[in-house]
Design a binder for this molecule. Structure first.
Ligand SMILES: C[S@@+](CC[C@H](N)C(=O)[O-])C[C@H]1O[C@@H](n2cnc3c(N)ncnc32)[C@H](O)[C@@H]1O
Length: 219
């Protein structure tokens, strides 16, 4: 495992992402048996099918790392802006089945060359990204032609009353859940980002619906 550090606000003025309390809570939740039974299937469908040189955006505590298949993946660049999350990720990177490099950076300003990744993975991240279109345009810039974005996100409900409850809760989730916008329509954000093909699988879930996204950059 190698690591490069950069200031959390580098490249995007005024952006500091630092939620130590939420990071500790999420690490506890994602490691618990409930967290694993909720999230592991999503990790298998995203990280588990990534190929080649992979970018894991908002890697958090590194819970995707164990799912990368050394038969398909050559290396993973994992980016995460929050220092507390990076501390957990560092420990998981050391025992990952593939080589992992950690970098402190936000989705909106990624310090990599154009067209340098075969796959980009983002799990449970885009609800929290301050400028989702800027993050998605970074992904398009970084993917090789024909490369894939593999994403799992919780999103806005399609049921009006539930979406209304989500919207009412946003001030709380932004404050206490690491800038999570509980009502974000990430499916629509991906559709208008400019991918050549976008497949979205929606899993019903009351106030917590999930989408699995496979989006391909034009070849
Ligand atoms: C709920 S955690 C999910 C972490 C990890 N992807 C997982 O599946 O376990 C959300 C992560 O998004 C990160 N995040 C928040 N804003 C971000 C941004 N602008 N760019 C990249 N990551 C961001 C947070 O620091 C946090 O680690």
């Amino acid at each position: 495992m190698t690591e490069s550090a950069r200031p959390a606000d580098a490249g995007i003025e005024g952006l500091v992402i630092d939620h130590p309390g939420f990071s500790r809570l999420f690490e506890w939740l994602a490691s618990s048996s409930i967290g694993r039974s909720t999230f592991d299937g999503l990790r298998r469908r995203t990280a588990g099918v990534a190929e080649g040189r992979v970018l894991d955006i908002g890697a958090g505590a590194g819970h995707n790392f164990a799912f990368y298949d050394p038969a398909r993946v050559t290396s993973v660049e994992a980016v995460e802006p929050d220092a507390t999350m990076l501390g957990y990720a560092r420990l998981r990177a050391a025992s990952a089945p593939v080589p992992i490099t950690l970098t402190q950076a936000p989705a909106e300003a990624l310090p990599f060359s154009d067209a340098s990744f075969d796959s980009v993975v983002a799990t449970l991240v885009f609800c929290s990204v301050g400028d989702p279109q800027r993050g998605l345009s970074e992904i398009l810039r970084l993917l090789k032609p024909g490369g894939r974005l593999l994403m799992a996100e919780h999103v806005r409900s399609e049921v009006g009353v539930l979406a209304g409850i989500q919207t009412a809760m946003v001030p709380l989730t932004v404050t206490f859940s690491g800038n999570c916008h509980w009502n974000r329509d990430t499916a629509e954000e991906v559709r208008r980002a400019g991918f050549a093909e976008t497949r979205i699988e929606r899993k019903a879930g009351g106030l917590h619906p999930i989408i699995l996204v496979e989006a391909r950059k034009a070849g």
